[in-house]
Design a protein around this ligand. Structure first.
Ligand code: R5P
Length: 298
């Protein structure tokens, strides 16, 4: 099989090194610096001729990352890579999936076009699929969405003695119920209405089943933190036990972590985005999918 070469965009070195170790392969950094005029200078720090290149770049705060990533992918191809794939543990621009107000850009379309134009395949973890049912409705390259829910469930089973799982909105019912049934725990879902980027209303309609149990809010993303904060507030009416939030992606915008800590909510996340709350490793989940792809691209 052609050798794999893992290219770490800045900040992704630990994940790229974990992949390199798994595949007994090499990982190298992509050097990114700014010219005085603000444009990006990108340089691959390794030869890639003939290699199956795997760029590793999680895509939170995507606007400052996307152009260097595209430049790196195009450089790898021009320098003779056999294939160029992308592992983006967090995939950005999945939430603007419709024109909610007149004249708005549906950025999920444009972003998918950009990535599809420069990569042969994409692997990510729990992209925010809401109006789109699969990545293939957006991406024209093979795109694999992996699910971290079993890893989240297993963490809960190991660390929370008597949990009740709580989904933050009706859309979360299916995956929260699956996560709950995996560990034999009860679950409920909240009613949520988003009023603006940083304002949500959350209501707890089913108040049963909380006695003596630790509420565990299960979510895909903690972004502004408002969903979890309001969920914690609603749960305080039925449980004296402070909730734990277990989530996949720790975007944790400015102030979110502090507000959640102040409210007494412990937050636990996967390392799809490097953050102080990371406690669940998704590198093996991603590694298994990379192995399957590389077997198909010998
Ligand atoms: C919404 O559909 C998601 O599942 C999350 O609940 C949401 O994106 C979290 O955003 P925020 O932290 O800004 O409330």
């Amino acid at each position: 099989m052609t050798a794999a070469s893992f290219l770490a965009l800045p900040g992704n070195e630990p994940m790229a090194s974990a992949f390199a170790a798994r595949f007994s392969s090499n990982s190298a950094s992509v050097e990114v610096r700014q010219f005085p005029d603000g444009e990006s200078h990108v340089r691959l720090e390794t030869a890639v001729k003939g290699a199956n290149v795997v760029a590793v770049c999680t895509l939170d705060r995507p606007d400052r990352k996307i152009l260097p990533l595209i430049f790196a992918a195009d450089a790898a191809r021009e320098l003779g890579a056999a294939s160029v794939g992308l592992v983006a543990p967090y995939l950005a621009y999945m939430r603007q999936d419709a024109r909610f107000e007149t004249g708005e850009a549906v950025s999920s379309h444009s972003f998918a076009r950009l990535i599809s134009g420069s990569f042969d395949w994409l692997v990510t973890v729990d992209p925010h699929l809401h109006r789109y049912k699969s990545l293939s409705q957006l991406y024209t390259i093979p795109a694999f969405a992996l699910h971290a829910a079993p890893l989240l469930s297993d963490w809960i089973a190991r660390n929370i003695a008597n949990p009740i799982l709580v989904g933050p909105d009706r859309e979360s019912r299916q995956w929260v119920s699956e996560a709950a049934s995996r560990i034999g725990a009860p679950f409920t879902v909240l009613d949520k209405e988003r009023k603006s980027d940083r304002q949500v209303l959350v209501e707890l309609t089913d108040r049963t089943g909380f006695d003596g149990r630790t509420p565990v809010i299960l979510d895909d993303i903690v972004s502004s933190g408002e969903t979890v904060l309001q969920a914690a507030h609603a749960l305080s009416a039925v449980s004296a036990i402070k909730p734990v939030c277990v989530a996949v992606h720790a975007i944790c915008a400015d102030g979110a972590q502090e507000a959640l800590a102040y409210a007494g909510v412990r937050v636990v996340t996967t390392n799809s985005i490097a953050h102080a709350s990371n406690a669940i490793d998704v590198s093996e989940l991603l590694g298994a999918q990379i192995a399957a792809i590389l077997r198909a691209h010998p």
